[in-house]
Design a protein around this ligand. Structure first.
Ligand code: B12
Length: 215
């Protein structure tokens, strides 16, 4: 995918007309651009530019919300292509965005790629309180638990969830963490079982943890 097309994705994410992003994604699919490239080299890169503009104060929350809406529409179109190949279940994966955090695009992508990789995904949604993670682990008995956070404030909640889970369950699931402000170093500091920088890394990490014996 060329720089020119990233610009097209960027412009489509900012457009109030939803059909612009839909037409662009369909055109890429028709031209046999691999769906994973449309996602990583188109949509995610374009959202990265929007993030930088937001940080610099050049755009405001309503424009970011618009981009998020358009991004969701684009992802929905490539989803069936990424999930085409059915694979046998590898285990259960519970995921949620931690309390106080409503960013869900990244979490949804992780859910989607994990589903595609053969995990049974239980998505608890956004702004998930600690008690809900505890209940889901008790009810579903997953092999893996994923925590997502996009704010430097909410990422601290990951440590609290992790402690509660490990204090409550003698045989806890492996806990993996991710989200823009989360790093390998932070994951190690809070004692997570792993960190994934993107949805593909989340799958690779999960496969590795499961092959090492799951929980
Ligand atoms: C879209 C967006 C929003 C949208 C969210 C819409 C939605 N439905 O998600 C809206 C407008 C609602 C929003 C609100 C806010 N936002 Co905002 N937002 C963004 C933005 C521009 C993009 C995030 C995104 O979707 N990225 C694309 C996805 C694909 O990437 P990702 O989420 O990082 O996910 C990938 C990886 O991190 C990883 N991953 C994610 N989760 C997990 C989990 C696991 C287990 C694993 C292994 C991997 C993994 O895989 C994903 C796929 O590759 C970012 C900028 C940025 N650079 O991140 C700011 C950003 C996160 N927001 C920010 C802020 C400040 C806010 C607000 C406080 C603004 C305000 N004043 O109200 C509110 C907070 C709301 C809240 N309580 O949560 C700041 C955070 C700064 C900080 N230091 O904490 C950022 C960084 C912008 C900035 N540069 O200032 N935001």
């Amino acid at each position: 995918m060329t720089l020119e097309s990233i610009k097209l994705f960027y412009e489509a994410l900012k457009n109030t007309d939803l059909s612009v992003i839909e037409r662009l994604v369909k055109k890429c699919l028709d031209e046999q651009v691999p769906p994973i490239d449309i996602l990583n080299k188109g949509l995610i890169q374009a959202m990265g530019i929007i993030g930088q503009e937001f940080k610099a104060g050049q755009i405001w929350v309503p424009e970011v919300l618009l981009a998020a809406r358009n991004m969701h529409a684009g992802i929905n179109l490539i989803k069936p292509h990424l999930l085409k190949d059915k694979v046998p279940s590898k285990g259960k994966f519970v995921i949620g965005t931690v309390k106080g955090d409503i960013h869900d695009i990244g979490k949804n992508l992780v859910s989607m790629m994990m589903t595609g990789a053969g995990y049974q995904v239980i998505d608890l949604g956004i702004d998930v309180p600690r008690e809900s993670f505890l209940r889901a682990v008790a009810d579903e008995k997953p092999q893996l638990l994923g925590l997502s956070a996009l704010l430097t404030t909410t990422m601290l909640e990951m440590r609290e969830v992790l402690i509660s889970i490990r204090e409550t369950f003698p045989d806890p699931p492996k806990i993996i963490v991710g989200g823009a402000p989360v790093t390998q170093k932070f994951a190690e500091e809070i004692g997570a079982d792993g960190y994934g920088e993107d949805a593909i890394a989340a799958v690779e990490l999960s496969n590795r943890l499961i092959s090492q014996g799951g929980k």
